[in-house]
Design a protein around this ligand. Structure first.
Ligand code: ACO
Length: 388
């Protein structure tokens, strides 16, 4: 068999057919099952979009009511699993909620009876998927609170996912503006093509393993700073710029300070977190949406971020005129989450609250195709037949 040499990172190959959605990098556009994702984020609710990922169509009112009631019930996790989450969260060491979630979900198949994808039918897989996604915010909230010596909250049945998430982390019911901002963020980040975590989930699903295994693998891939682990680092960068500007820095000064900071970072060979994207060759539409959300919420950080974005994009364009890079989803994500009261170490976990819905849709789609994903590598080591 003649092997095709794919580009490093597999950026030039299509490895599956999907009806879940698409990212058109050259156009700065992405959609969920035909619906422009940022339009959904501007006009829809998270539960409605979640339903779309589960059933492949937007719900009628009665369908949405039933689905909403169901996910509110499913967010109450089995007691054993909750206890495990509390134990892991409270274990001394470097606490990282996403890593803790991965550890807890490793046990989910056992505690919830989820069977290998290979051995379960499509309806059961769909039910398991909704259940697992509904449990994620509760479990993440529990590990986070346990790490801070706090009891998990009792999930309220009068809150939608965004409100539940803020409540599960902070213990407070957030105001409508903050809840809607987080909901828009969640909608905008459900799915985004064959990124590293989604691909990882699909590879695991292709072996017929169980859903929690596929989601654990996805979380591992997602936790790296080149993928989902950047919103806190992007906000750290904003802080560094503010510190460099000093207490007297005005919003209008922020651009100049950011320009010098970005030039220095590039000269030191460092990456500017929150900028650049593997697929978008133009603006990231998620970043435009989140700038809107951040600006609507208001505050000095949002105003500074707008100036910083403009300056950093300029510096990146000057450094590589052939390959301009723009703010990605992570840049304003940190600003929005900070403004809504989420602690910095819960930024990437917030991304996982929505993305688990996209991973699950991909896992279930992959489970319909009973072929294992098994690429090959080209050996480039020393010649074989060496004496042993
Ligand atoms: N800062 C500095 N240099 C950068 C940046 C950046 N933010 N982004 C890309 N570059 C450089 C690359 O190192 C590469 O340089 P080289 O040709 O000398 O090797 C060049 O620009 C072109 O890179 P691209 O092809 O545009 O980007 P690539 O696909 O390799 O990487 C990535 C994409 C990983 C997102 C990159 O832009 C990056 O590291 N950004 C910072 C981290 C970040 O924001 N991650 C979150 C991404 S969004 C998400 O996953 C949800």
């Amino acid at each position: 068999m003649t092997l095709i040499d794919a580009a490093p990172g597999l950026s030039d190959v299509s490895v599956a057919e999907t009806t879940i959605g698409d990212v058109r990098g050259d156009e700065g556009f992405y959609h969920y099952n035909r619906y422009p994702a940022t339009d959904l984020a501007r006009s829809s609710t998270f539960e409605r979009v979640w339903f779309l990922f589960v059933h492949g169509h937007l719900p009628e009112a009665a369908e949405l009511d039933a689905f909403t009631a169901r996910v509110r019930a499913e967010r109450v996790v089995p007691q054993d699993l909750l206890s495990l989450a509390r134990t892991i969260g409270a274990t001394p060491g470097t606490h990282r909620a996403l890593v803790d979630l991965r550890t807890v979900l490793s046990a989910a198949a056992q505690y919830t009876g989820m069977r290998p994808l290979w051995d379960s039918d499509a309806d059961t897989r769909r039910e398991d998927g909704v259940r697992l996604c509904a449990m994620v915010p509760t479990l993440l909230g529990a590990v986070h609170r346990a790490a801070h010596g706090l009891e998990p909250v009792t999930p309220r049945d009068d809150l939608d996912t965004a409100g539940h998430w803020l409540h599960a982390v902070t213990g407070e019911v957030a105001g409508p503006d903050e809840t809607r901002a987080i909901e828009q963020y969640l909608i905008a980040t459900v799915e985004h093509g064959f990124n590293a975590s989604t691909f990882t989930a699909r590879v695991i699903a292709s072996t017929g393993a169980d859903l929690p295994s596929a989601i654990c693998g996805a979380i591992g891939a997602f936790s790296g700073p080149l993928h989902g682990g950047a919103p806190d680092r992007a906000l750290d960068a904003l802080d560094a710029i503010v510190t460099r500007g000093g207490p007297a820095m005005t919003v209008a000064d922020a651009g100049d300070v950011a320009r010098r900071w970005a030039q220095d970072e590039l000269a030191a060979g460092r990456r500017l977190m929150g900028f650049g994207h593997a697929v978008y060759r133009t603006r990231d539409p998620r970043s435009d949406l989140l700038r809107e959300v951040a600006t609507r919420l208001g505050g000095r950080t949002a105003a500074v971020a707008v100036e910083v974005e403009r300056a950093v994009v300029d510096v990146l364009a000057q450094a590589r005129p052939d390959r301009p890079r723009y703010a990605n989803v992570e840049f304003y994500a940190g600003v929005v989450m900070d403004r809504c009261g989420l602690p910095r170490d819960m930024f990437t976990p917030t991304f996982a609250v929505s993305r688990v819905v996209g991973w699950t849709a991909n896992v279930l789609e992959q489970a319909l195709d009973r072929h294992i994903i098994r690429p090959r590598a080209t050996y480039v080591g020393p010649p074989v037949d060496q004496p042993v």
